[in-house]
Design a protein around this ligand. Structure first.
Ligand SMILES: Nc1ncnc2c1ncn2[C@@H]1O[C@H](COP(=O)(O)OP(=O)(O)OP(=O)(O)O)[C@@H](O)[C@H]1O
Ligand SMILES: [Mg+2]
Length: 230
């Protein structure tokens, strides 16, 4: 199901988030507005600690917002049951975490198989999809390596392949090129561009790298809890 009449995939309005700890309340997002259409590549930049990862976590339903609205394909995401939230994460979202978060004692293959198992992809269909996803990040030769034997950049590329293996509708990528050399950084961005150009997938990429941002159709800055388009 895709939004009819060219409507946005994501529509966020007045989204706020504060963290509470022993010392009190830490406001992070103070009324973020964002619309992303299918097939768009959007960059989010901003200083360290400005709330970029927090925003991606909320969009991926990995963390609740404090207030505001979030619609995905016209559906109110903040009102979903826990089961429906899990279903959304399984089927629609490809998340590239800032710190990769691989299962370190598992192989590359097993790391990519996990989201497919979770999404109930048949066993016999998994090897081909895993091999294709690894091919795209130039890591086919590491398929049976254990994750903790990979270099930092290789881990990052596995994390990217893992986010894409499910063919999600939105890719939420948190500094996906932070550990990569220029060649592999470009390769990853080429790959994202192809996926986005080929279908209805949208990409929201958090980055500190102006070259990565320049590959996106729109660039936003998150500062003082507000998101502004550059
Ligand atoms: N669980 C938490 N409890 C309390 N404060 C938190 C929590 N998680 C994040 N924060 C604070 O919220 C702010 C935003 O954090 P976030 O990780 O979203 O920033 P960021 O923009 O992704 O930064 P970076 O560029 O360094 O990755 C930071 O000041 C951080 O210390
Ligand atoms: Mg971050």
């Amino acid at each position: 199901m895709l939004p009819g009449n060219g409507g946005p995939l994501i529509r966020v309005t007045r989204l706020s988030k504060h963290y509470s700890n022993g010392q009190g309340v830490i406001p992070v997002l103070r009324g973020v507005n964002l619309e992303v259409r299918p097939g768009e590549m959007v960059a989010v930049m901003g200083p360290s600690g400005s709330g970029k990862s927090t925003l991606l976590f909320i969009l991926g339903l990995l963390m609740p917002a404090s207030s505001g609205n979030y619609q995905f394909m016209g559906q109110d995401m903040l009102a979903l049951s826990r089961a429906a939230q899990a279903e959304f994460r399984r089927r629609q979202v490809g998340f590239v975490f800032q710190n990769c978060d691989l299962f370190e004692n598992s192989t590359v293959y097993e790391n990519l198989e996990f989201p497919l198992v979770y999404a109930k992809v048949e066993r016999q269909d998994r090897p081909e999809r895993i091999a294709a996803a690894l091919q795209r990040v130039d890591l086919a030769h590491r398929i049976h390596h254990q994750a903790n034997h990979l270099s930092g950049g290789e881990k990052q590329r596995v994390a990217i392949a893992r986010a894409l293996v499910n063919e999600p509708l939105v890719i939420l990528a948190d500094e996906p090129t932070g550990h990569l050399d220029r060649t592999h950084g470009h390769m990853v961005m080429d790959h994202f561009s192809q996926i986005v150009a080929a279908g209805d997938t949208a990409l929201i990429v958090v980055t500190h790298d102006p070259q990565v941002a320049a590959r996106c159709s729109r660039i936003f800055s998150l500062e003082d809890g507000i998101l502004n388009e550059n």
